[in-house]
Design a protein. Sequence first.
Length: 99
Amino acid sequence: MKGLPAVLFCIMLAAGLVACGQDKGKAATEKKATTQSQSKAPKQAQKKATKTQKQAQKKPPTLAQRKQQDRMGECNKQANLRNMKGEDRRRFMSSCLNS
């Protein structure tokens, strides 16, 4: 007898959650559809312009930057070979890069 009200309560709760979830999904998709159709073209043009600006601003690394990258790669390889992790790896990388 005590189990029946609990079961009915759970069923009603689940039904309410499902009903609320269905309304939210429809409203969100309808809003997205109208927003996308209104502003799709300007955004695409803006994305293309941003990409070309970023590519134009990209500079090749300097000699010092390339040396630092190479040093970092070598230290990383050594740390991987030694199976270092955590604090030991951090200390090793720091000392390797400073030498």
